[in-house]
Design a protein around this ligand. Structure first.
Ligand SMILES: NC(=O)c1ccc[n+]([C@@H]2O[C@H](COP(=O)([O-])OP(=O)(O)OC[C@H]3O[C@@H](n4cnc5c(N)ncnc54)[C@H](OP(=O)(O)O)[C@@H]3O)[C@@H](O)[C@H]2O)c1
Length: 338
């Protein structure tokens, strides 16, 4: 993707102030933890900074008292991010509209695309902005009719999911992410914004918030995903930070540790967590799938080693137990969330 050449010459390592949208979210919270740990000042946007249930875990982070500020902003209010973005050198746009069952497809697409453009319109107004890192998704890459793909294909950043195929399966989340990322690229090109996108697969790991967000609750719905990539939340945060700091970062970055079929996943979970009742198999609703991801671009950026699947699920389960969402293994008599 073309970008303003001047931006490419500098590495963004000065640890200035960065804006993280949707700060209370699963990925954003971990990203903020990492930023604070490495000395950045962070301005996080949330819809309700006074809601302790949503922001309490952020205020408890090491360095938060000195270097974290939370302000109100809403994706659906035009200009809402102006002040937050204006104060920062880097913007990490992770906020994503929460989709409820009553939302129509149109509402979901409208809020995903216009929310992203709303943030980028604020970015355009900031002459000191160095780079925008947008959290997109591997669902913008991998969802195609398997019969259109060679067996064992390694999908890379040049691949885009088929909107028609996603629509035929009514996977509106993917349609929204594809259209939002494409709109972001177009806007960034037109307005010379230095944009980089990170495309995580299914993000697994500790949940900093004691509240279960949509992703953590989603772990009960693996069946609908079929063959899927998995990545540790700490690697996702590293990828965002490297994509911001590296002078030569550009374009899209797939962030993935391993791709598993559903039977591989359940077998791993059953072996790893024998105390919990893990289903022996899950129905395969998509038929044979064999794709993988080429992560050489993220590795070249500096993400040499991804944490393994065992570690990411261990960390996720530990955090679910710590927050009281799962019984400790020795007391496990109820059904596991898997
Ligand atoms: N988790 C994954 O496995 C995964 C994988 C690939 C890509 N992603 C992408 O990563 C990003 C973060 O995902 P996540 O799992 O961390 O999601 P999450 O925990 O649901 O966090 C999303 C955040 O967006 C904020 N938000 C929702 N509607 C908003 C609105 N109208 N205005 C402002 N903020 C709003 C919410 O903040 P408040 O409710 O506090 O305002 C929420 O904390 C998303 O873009 C998602 O598509 C996630």
């Amino acid at each position: 993707m073309p970008v303003a050449p001047a931006f490419r010459e500098m590495a963004n390592t000065a640890k200035g102030k960065v804006c993280v949208t949707g700060a209370s979210g699963f990925i954003a919270s971990w990203l903020i933890k990492r930023f604070l740990k490495s000395g950045y000042h962070v301005l996080g946007t949330v819809r309700d900074p006074g809601n302790q249930k949503k922001v309490g875990h952020l205020l408890d982070l090491e360095g938060a008292r000195e270097r974290l500020e939370l302000v109100r902003a809403d994706l659906l209010e035009e200009g809402s991010f102006d002040d937050a973005v204006m104060a920062c050198e880097g913007v990490f746009h992770t906020a994503s509209p929460v989709v409820t069952k009553s939302d129509s497809k149109e509402e979901m697409l409208n809020s995903a695309i216009n929310g992203t453009l709303n943030v980028l319109r604020s970015c355009k107004k900031n002459p000191s902005l160095k780079r925008v890192v947008l959290t997109s998704s591997s669902s913008t890459v991998r969802i195609k009719d398997e019969s259109d793909l060679p067996p064992n294909v390694l999908l890379d950043e040049t691949s885009w999911s088929s909107i028609e195929y996603c629509e035929s399966l009514q996977i509106w989340y993917a349609v929204a992410k594809i259209l939002a990322e494409k709109a972001a690229w177009e806007f960034a090109k037109e307005h010379m914004i230095d944009l980089v996108t990170v495309l995580p697969t299914f993000v697994i790991g500790p949940n900093l918030s004691p509240e279960l967000g949509p992703t953590a609750s989603d772990t009960g719905k693996f069946t609908v995903y079929g063959r899927m990539g998995y990545v540790h939340i700490d690697d996702v945060a590293s990828c965002h930070i490297m994509a911001y700091e590296a002078a030569g970062a550009e374009g899209r970055y797939i962030c993935n540790a391993a791709v598993l079929d559903l039977d591989e996943l359940v077998s791993l979970l059953a072996t790893r967590f024998p105390a919990y009742r893990v289903p022996k198999s899950l129905p395969n609703i998509y038929g044979e799938q064999s794709y993988g991801f080429d992560t050489s671009k993220a590795r070249a950026l500096g993400l040499q080693e991804f944490k393994g699947v065992e570690e990411m699920f261990d960390d996720a389960v530990d955090s679910l137990v710590a927050h009281g969402h799962l019984p400790a293994a020795k007391n496990a008599t109820t059904r596991c969330v898997f």
